[in-house]
Design a binder for this molecule. Structure first.
Ligand code: F6P
Length: 326
């Protein structure tokens, strides 16, 4: 029986558990034997690899995080540790691997494949949605819903207290989470690396809004800008508005996976297993223009991600200080 393993690498996302469940079910359906690698590439090196069974995945559909845990491995960047990892797989007769992770994890896999011939398929998984070549990464929808709920709750207190709230979202250097959240929550301000805005340009417009009765502000700021406290201070110093910074932090990575992420997890894994069975040995399964397609690691991992132009245009229109309604 052919043997295939799955692992999670890098920041966990909600949707990994549904993917793991589908992996076990579909592997058996295809007449193969499924294995789990625990703790990402660290587990590959340390031989935390064991056979997976149906009962292991019972009830995990609704759980955030990952049952098989994840890690960021420094050791896997070294060829000597990759050789140990390959030997661990060979001893168990495992010749195929599915990797849920980001572009850094895929770059590691590219080296691994070239050195060992162990086939793999990557599934883009990061709440940052910053992987080139795919419109969607597993976990993004759940993260956006967690952020939406947080902003809606903060709006309740902001509107009761005459305050400005600066809400910082994750995303590393990518403004996707902040932009989509700002548009869909009706925020007054959205600051992301991809749309440079000088907050001072809002001053006249916001003063006019305050004169007409506005009594709270919501500003969404991407963590990549590292300026949430300065923005909060601007509301205090320039508008005389008491302000608070709310860093949403790791709650964005957790929570019960959304319906969309459960479905995407099932589809990503199904395509990944089919690809490996059909001899597609070294690719990432991407989702673009509502279709699944396979891309090479070089296409995915060697080029920087750029935010969708239509979304950026929407953001520029919505949040341009020159469009601010007095
Ligand atoms: O890449 C996912 C992510 O959650 C980023 O949005 C964030 O900057 C980073 O990981 C946080 O990393 P850590 O969990 O190591 O603090």
């Amino acid at each position: 029986m052919e043997k295939i393993a799955i692992l999670c690498s890098g920041g966990d996302v909600s949707g990994m558990n549904p993917a793991i469940k589908r992996f076990v079910e579909y592997t058996y359906a295809k007449g193969m034997q499924p294995f789990f690698v625990y703790n990402g590439y660290e587990g590959l090196i340390d031989d935390h690899i064991s056979e997976a069974h149906y009962e292991d995945v019972a009830g995990i559909m609704i759980r955030g995080g990952t049952k098989i845990r994840s890690a960021r491995s420094v050791r896997f960047k070294e060829a000597s540790y990759r050789a140990i990892a390959a030997e661990n797989l060979r001893q168990k007769g495992i010749s195929k691997l599915i990797v849920l992770g980001g572009d850094g994890s895929f770059r590691g896999m590219e080296h691994f494949y070239n050195e060992t011939g162990i086939a793999f398929c990557g599934i883009p998984s990061t709440i940052d949605n910053d992987i080139n070549g795919t419109d969607y990464c597993l976990g993004v929808d759940t993260a956006l819903n967690v952020i939406k709920n947080a902003i809606d709750s903060i709006r309740d207190t902001a509107s009761s207290f005459r305050r400005a709230f600066v809400i910082e979202t994750m995303g590393r250097d990518c403004g996707y989470l902040a932009l989509v959240s700002a548009i869909t929550s009706g925020a007054e301000v959205c600051l992301i690396p991809e749309i440079p805005i000088d907050i001072h340009e809002y001053k006249g417009c916001f003063e006019s809004q305050i004169r007409k009765g506005r009594d709270y502000f919501i500003a969404i700021v991407s963590e990549g800008l590292k300026n949430s406290s300065q923005v909060a201070r601007w509301f205090e110093d320039e508008l005389g508005f008491e302000s608070r910074v709310s860093v949403l932090g790791h709650i964005q990575r957790g929570g019960n996976p959304s319906v969309y992420d459960r479905l995407m997890a099932y589809q990503f894994v199904t395509h990944a297993i089919d690809a490996l069975q059909n001899g597609n040995n070294n690719s990432v399964i991407c989702y673009t223009k509502s279709h699944f397609n396979f891309k090479s690691i070089s296409e995915v991992a060697l080029n920087p991600y750029t935010l969708d132009e239509a979304l950026l245009t929407l953001g520029r229109e919505q949040f341009a200080p020159s469009h601010c309604q007095m």
